[in-house]
Design a protein around this ligand. Structure first.
Ligand code: ZN
Length: 388
């Protein structure tokens, strides 16, 4: 097979050109990366979703032994629909020492630079392996990477640490909040609004549940489970959408709302959900069922991203400090796949090129200086891994 070579810039152009919006397949990108890696003799592992339309790819450079470093990034991007772009979002354009395109910051550049440096890594005769992990469906709730993590644990000698290349402007990030999202649906019984005694109002039930969530939010704002590294320093809640009913004079049979919480390390997400369900099942549902035995309250999990807990002087933190020369550890407000890696037992930090300020926006860009900084960082990682 041909040993293709790309500069980091060329590889960024190549990856941006694949429209890997989360709702679409990412297989064209994965096929391209796999062909390229196999062309260089690199072993790859694929893990697919149940539809077969999406896949993760895991490549191992160097010896198949424990103690390696995983460079992890997601291949999917957020939609461009309705956004005013100056140029085609899937064609990289340079203006003012910046590369414009969907995914330039979030987060194809990190993966592209890692891929472009594969020939250098192979030539360096690595003593510790470097794994490149490419996931699907991060932007819709970190749904894809779970397969990949399970595959790593089952089939690879245990890596020592994970660097998630989400855009931090190459700063070292060791903590973020978790994000858990849900949809709660209530089914009651309809009737003419003059006859509520023969009906069960789904909207009244939804209102009680929303008030319960507001109460959990209030407890935390008032001081429960504070974590001063974060702004605000407590778990926050949001009801993002609510709908239900069909007319003023009908007691509503149906209501639904989407809600989330953003968890600080130290608070307990499972307990939050369990409390909510207990209230729904023990308090609200019996009142509905007294009027309408067929009544239901269901809660579906839409997204579950655990927080990244700071672990001072963890192997990942020590390594990234060494490679970047920084001694500051930052906290960010957004979630990443890092919490899932950490939960699975890997020492994990976030450090990648580009800024979250540009992510998800029209005219997303990455500064060329960030591309250079990340290239330098990964070259140092290769040197480090070659020393063993
Ligand atoms: Zn991202």
């Amino acid at each position: 097979m041909a040993q293709e070579r790309f500069s980091p810039r060329q590889m960024i152009e190549r990856l941006i050109a694949f429209d890997t919006t989360s709702a679409k397949s990412n297989l064209a990108l994965i096929d391209f990366a796999e062909d390229y890696l196999m062309g260089h003799g690199v072993q790859c592992r694929r893990t697919a979703d149940s539809s077969g339309k999406k896949a993760n790819l895991l490549a191992t450079l160097g010896p198949r032994i424990a103690g390696g470093v995983v460079l992890s990034g997601h291949t999917d991007v957020v939609p461009v629909d309705g956004q005013p772009w100056t140029s085609d979002p899937f064609t990289v354009v340079e203006r003012d020492r910046r590369l414009y395109g969907r995914g330039t910051s979030d987060m194809k550049s990190f993966l592209a630079i890692a891929l472009a440096l594969v020939p250098e890594a192979l030539a360096a005769n690595l003593k510790a392996p470097i794994h490149i992990a490419m996931s699907y469906d991060e932007e819709v709730g970190c749904l894809g990477v779970g397969n990949l993590i399970a595959d790593v644990k089952a089939n690879l000698p245990m890596p020592r640490m994970v660097v998630i290349g989400e855009p931090t402007s190459m700063k070292l990030v060791t903590a973020h909040k978790g994000v858990s999202g849900f949809e709660t649906r209530i089914t009651g019984r309809e009737a003419h609004s003059s006859q509520p005694q023969n009906a069960a109002s789904a909207i009244m039930a939804a209102a009680e549940l929303v008030a319960f969530i507001a109460g959990m939010a209030e407890e935390r704002r008032g001081g429960l489970h504070q974590n001063e590294r974060f702004e605000p320093p407590y778990t926050t809640f949001n009801i993002g959408t609510i709908e239900g009913g069909s007319a003023l004079n009908i007691v509503p049979r149906h209501a639904a709302f989407k809600w989330e919480f953003r968890l600080v390390p130290g608070d307990d997400g499972e307990a939050i959900l369990a409390n909510f369900k207990r209230f729904a099942e023990d308090e609200v549902l019996p009142r509905l069922r007294a009027q309408a035995p067929e009544a239901e309250i269901t809660t579906e999990v839409l997204a579950q991203v655990p927080p990244l807990r700071p672990e001072s002087d963890s192997p990942a933190e020590v390594l990234v400090r060494l490679l970047t020369g920084t001694n500051r550890s930052e906290t960010v407000a957004y979630g990443t796949e890092g919490g899932l890696f950490q939960e699975a037992g890997f020492s994990t930090v976030v450090c990648g090129p580009g800024s979250i300020d540009q992510a998800h926006r029209p005219d997303e860009f990455i500064e060329l200086a960030q591309v250079e900084a990340c290239t330098g960082f990964l070259r140092k990682l290769i040197e480090w891994a070659a020393k063993g």
